[in-house]
Design a binder for this molecule. Structure first.
Ligand code: RET
Length: 279
């Protein structure tokens, strides 16, 4: 048995079963789509910044920070995939490429370390809090956002070699996650008070989008064991499923979320008498 250290399950699949052409390429393409969308979204956020009143523009600036960081880290993630596996012409499949590089989803986690707090703060610049204190919510977002990502980052190294550590770190991360969901619900509920109906409805959609897209990340964390420990997803279907899940989640939680927040800011700007310089 080869020694893969704390390698994640993608490497075990690549060592033992290998990847079919289709599985390998879907992952390569989905990862490429991921960073291409981030660069496109970056331009969108820059070009629409004047559609909202100056006080809301910090939200677009945060979307720019989010997409730049996601672009760079997802680019590195995509390169990590192609440098980890090599096509074997005899067997007609891709196998782990001799240990020059192993695949690890850690680039994503480090991207979240930047993006999670930014995405949470972004909401605070669009809505106005009625009862809660801005700095208290901001600090709790920082604390739980970073806590959730760092504990999850440690846990993901153990997904094959130490399932107890994988579960314990995952559980600690989930406690932080629940705290974030609680805070975000509270912030959105306060923010809806006294604003135009259209903006309230968009905030409702943002909450649903937030809830679903953020829950995809723990789903991807659990992916290799979702159909039982080392079960029906401990194979190339699980590898492909994980990368598609992450990419869909990234597009929803960063790009669509940012666009919807800009819409809310647009409605509020108009309501406050601001004349858009874009439309
Ligand atoms: C982890 C570890 C397992 C338990 C939980 C997790 C939650 C991750 C989340 C990530 C969100 C990331 C976003 C990135 C956007 O840039 C860390 C996978 C609960 C919710 C929104």
């Amino acid at each position: 048995m080869s020694n893969l250290g704390n390698a994640t399950f993608e490497n075990y699949v690549g060592l033992q079963q290998g990847f079919s052409e289709m599985a390998y390429q879907i992952v390569a393409h989905v990862l490429t789509l991921g960073y291409a969308v981030m660069l496109s979204a970056l331009f969108y956020f820059v070009l629409t910044i004047k559609a909202v009143a100056p006080k809301y523009r910090i939200s677009s600036v945060l979307s720019v920070v989010v997409t730049v960081s996601a672009f760079l880290l997802l680019f590195a993630q995509a390169k990590n995939w192609t440098s980890s596996f090599v096509f074997d012409i005899e067997r007609g499949r891709y196998y782990l490429g001799g240990g020059a590089d192993l695949f690890n989803n850690g680039y994503r986690y480090l991207n979240w370390l930047i993006d999670v707090p930014m995405l949470l703060f972004q909401m605070l610049f669009i809505i106005s809090l009625k009862r809660s204190s801005f700095s208290s919510i901001r600090n709790q977002f920082w604390f739980s956002g970073a806590g959730m990502v760092i504990t999850g980052y440690i846990g993901q190294f153990y997904e094959v070699t130490n399932l107890v550590a994988f579960a314990v770190w995952g559980a600690i991360s989930t406690v932080f996650f629940i705290h974030i969901l609680y805070l975000m619900k509270k912030v959105i509920d306060e923010g809806k008070e006294g604003i135009p109906l259209k903006a309230q409805q968009t905030l409702n959609s943002i909450w649903i989008l937030f809830l679903i897209s953020w829950m995809l990340y723990p789903g991807a964390y659990l992916m290799p064991h979702l159909l039982g420990i080392e079960g029906g997803f401990f194979n190339e279907a699980g590898v492909v499923g994980r990368q598609i899940t992450y990419t869909v989640a990234d597009i929803c939680s960063k790009v669509i979320y940012g666009i919807l927040l800009t819409n809310v800011a647009g409605i509020l700007s108009k309501h406050e008498g601001y004349q858009s310089e874009v439309d």
